[in-house]
Write a protein that binds this ligand. Sequence first.
Ligand SMILES: *[C@@H]1O[C@H](CO)[C@@H](O)[C@H](O)[C@H]1NC(C)=O
Ligand SMILES: *[C@@H]1O[C@H](CO)[C@@H](O)[C@H](O)[C@H]1NC(C)=O
Ligand SMILES: *[C@@H]1O[C@H](CO)[C@@H](O)[C@H](O)[C@H]1NC(C)=O
Ligand SMILES: *[C@@H]1O[C@H](CO)[C@@H](O)[C@H](O)[C@H]1NC(C)=O
Length: 478
Amino acid sequence: MLLLHTNTKTHSLKNFILVISSFCGTYILASVLLLGTSKILEVHSSLQQDVFEPLTLFEPTTVDHFVFGIASSKASWPKRKEYAKLWWKSNNNQMRGCVFVDSLPSQKEHASNDTTLPPLCVSEDTSRFRYTYRGGLRSAIRVARVVKEVVALNHSDVKWYVFGDDDTIFFPENLVKTLSKYDHRLWYYVGAISESMKQNWFFSFGMAYGGGGFAISSSLAKVLAKVFDSCIERYPYLYGSDARVYSCLTELGVALTLEPGFHQVDLQGNIFGLLAAHPVTPLLSLHHLESTNPIFPNMTTTKALQHLLEAANVDSQRLLQQTVCYHKQFSWTISVSWGYAIQVFPNNMPLPDVLKVQETFKEWMPKKALAGAYSFNTRPLQHNPSKIPIIFYLVNVSSGEDGIIISNYKKSFQYGSNKMSSLQKMEVIKVFTNKLDLSIKQMQAPRRHCCDVLPSRASDQMEITVRECKDDELIYMH
Ligand SMILES: *[C@@H]1O[C@H](CO)[C@@H](O)[C@H](O)[C@H]1NC(C)=O
Ligand SMILES: *[C@@H]1O[C@H](CO)[C@@H](O)[C@H](O)[C@H]1NC(C)=O
Ligand SMILES: *[C@@H]1O[C@H](CO)[C@@H](O)[C@H](O)[C@H]1NC(C)=O
Ligand SMILES: *[C@@H]1O[C@H](CO)[C@@H](O)[C@H](O)[C@H]1NC(C)=O
């Protein structure tokens, strides 16, 4: 107003001031808008702001960096603790974690001073949470909360939390190897889907099935623990515990990292086909072995698992690794599932066919939609005697002083024909290997091994060596 009555000199000053002030106004307005926007886009995740040291500067991951959260109950633990005994390593208190039960079994059923077993933890009360899945078990909420309660145990120096059921058998050395691939400071949810397509279709293709076991990096577990109770309030209608964990991780924006070495085993009957065609990745777990036949003929479930673990104790990483060689002279296809079984097919079978899982098992939920659909390729059980393999099962494994590991496999008549005359006399297959110790790079980009049939020294015995393939070596019938 004052400037209106001034001379041209002040007028030009006025114009100058107006220009400046309008420029400033625009600038301030722009700044507010910009600042506001940048506020909206601000990075809140502590994860993304950290400047990370290279992982190699950290001490290598060992089982000491794990904390296990095993879901059990007063009713099931007394029997199923036998499974935990198989894999829980108690020497020097190596392993940490808890078996979560609804209440403690009687003293008679569980000695609290038994150091060969993980300690028991009584789960917190979950009666305040709603559970509305008709016909389901509300213990799913208690079991889901293991992911929270295991973090609350306040263990130090944790890289990974590993979860499973009381009927999950873990292979700890292989878990260490596999999880070492990942940076525990980032958010990881590592596990596997079900073998049953129907289960995946009904529940989720993106969920780690709880019984197969799964791992959550410590950085993610801490955040998940913080938000878990408020999150599961939104999912009273879900069936299981694993679906609750999956839903809350999904709300955090985290997706499953698939590791096919975890085995939920949603199958019944004879799981030979599954174990004989393992993916090229270490065996991490087996589950549901009460619903399947013992994995070795003529043994109880527990005895059969102990037998498999004898091989795991000699070379854990090689366990179940499938190697295929072709016997040129007899046109046999020989498939080794190291530490478990060898199949000799009386014909030339292309490698991609040998790698398909033989449908020796029955479905988890038979007689409904999606019958016979699995999350891997299968081939039907052979009934044609000229194509049925003869199976040799593991007898023993030993490691010589020269570092060469010898595993022996004996013929079984449980399946297969006796038609291959040259095989009629053969009783034992001997396999020579070196101990497998995969580097992180080999874990990230694995390659199947090759094998050779050695010239025969005795008609009742075949000898095979398993080794790394040469650079351009192809696996086929020459
Ligand atoms: C464990 O405790 C029971 C009684 O509570 C006792 O009889 C037993 O000797 C103890 N075992 C060990 C290994 O300390
Ligand atoms: C774990 O630490 C938290 C926070 O420091 C504490 O409130 C809680 O009581 C601790 N729990 C155990 C089991 O030590
Ligand atoms: C099964 O075990 C029984 C008793 O130990 C033995 O006599 C039999 O030969 C075994 N059968 C096979 C196929 O190994
Ligand atoms: C392992 O099994 C083979 C074949 O049955 C047998 O000849 C050998 O004596 C066994 N070795 C040991 C150490 O038991």
